[in-house]
Design a protein around this ligand. Sequence first.
Ligand code: ADP
Ligand code: MG
Length: 504
Amino acid sequence: MLDLTYEPPKPKVIQGAKEDWELVIGLEVHAQVASNAKLFSGASTKFGAEPNSNVAFVDAGMPGMLPVINEGCVALAVKTGLGLKAGINLRSAFDRKNYFYPDLPQGYQISQLYEPIVGEGEVIVDMGPGVARRVRIERIHLEQDAGKSIHDMDPSMSFVDLNRTGVALMEIVSRPDIRGPEEAAAYVGKLRQILRYLGTCNGDMQNGNLRADVNVSVCRPGDYEKYQETGDFSHLGTRCEIKNMNSMRFIQQAIEIEARRQIAIVEDGGEVVQETRLFDPDKGETRSMRSKEEAHDYRYFPDPDLLPLEIEQAWVDEIAASLPELPDEKKTRFVTEYGMTEYDAGVLTAEVENAAFFEEVAAVSGDGKLSANWVINELFGRLKKEDHDITESPVSAEQLGKIVSLIKAGDISGKIAKDLFEIVYSEGGDPAVIVESRGMKQVTDTGAIEAAVDEVIAANPAQVEKAQANPKLAGWFVGQVMKATGGKANPGSVNQIVKEKLGL
Ligand code: ADP
Ligand code: MG
């Protein structure tokens, strides 16, 4: 449960049109189930294999072959549903969606139209501190992926690769609750984050493991509220569906461009036609692909080769008990347990590996807030420079935790800690040992500091006079003493002693 209170963001209003328009967006996200085997066959799902090497007879649509449901895929779909706080349907069923395409050898896709495995859920989409949108999930169903047609390998022939045919997908359908391009991208990002936390989809968008069909319509201010009150879609504009988007940037661009196209049509007295469109990022336009097909065009019917899928509540409960802590809960806990800002908690929980690393640093150092600073500012900053992620960090959580403990104990100053971090980063080693052997320990001995202060004062009589007239200039002395001690003096003590000696 997200304890942080939040307000919904304002809907995006399109400017530059004759009148004000608002956007309404609903997404159908296809997420590849993180399973080693396909939905109805034992063939491998490994990416990048030799074309047509991972194809079972049933995937190739050979006559007389029968599909057998992969229990692991069902478990991952249930887990996903639970992670999205959705209802799980103990009974679901598979239907055939009939269409012809060379990369679909069965001549139909096995999907779940009438009885999906997962019902209504939600995703909380963070749009900045204190601002979030609740996007309702309508359903999640399991279905087969199609193969791949390859048209650019030969001038006169097309090829087909069936490795992907039959791979399990979860289609996650949102309600039209998304109100702007940034929100749509943030929704996909949040969904991806949750799936990765759950381990039910690896979320690799470049390889097409997560892709979205984006439905866009425009309406006048106030109309969306009428739809919300009544549930009546006729208050909304006609939608167009932009197919197969696998980049956050393109999703945003396509929505903006499509909305402007629709507004221009309506303001010109025309009507938007419901259809399926393609986004062309090079030309910066969406293009009609085909007119919208309805469910009846596909001649859906229950797949006679598959019994309805019945699962037991006890099994669902078992899966529920195995759920990891999810991003919203982790973020809330980080804020309350470690006293960090919501922003920092968001950064640390973005990837589950980052969160785990931070918690180990905090456990070693015993100071959550200071550890958060060091992980975010020093470590992430340094890793980013070299385009590394946390799993490639040369500094372990234990090493960083020790550095933070040394600061906390007053053994080293923040400035020296940065040098120490750099040494550990490039050379490795035990931070405490390095501090000892290289004489990096902070000078807390007030006698030594006093001597250094006396020296600076004696050498700079003019500055002494100025500082006595204007106490703000005392900082100059602190800087000189720090310099003289190689940054090892405790800045708090230096400050105090300088003031005393100057009589401020
Ligand atoms: P289909 O299979 O015909 O595409 P679905 O019900 O599977 O229909 O998905 C429809 C998607 O379109 C949902 O994500 C829904 O939120 C979205 N949607 C429905 N009406 C609108 C609208 N007026 N504007 C934008 N999106 C819409
Ligand atoms: Mg659809």
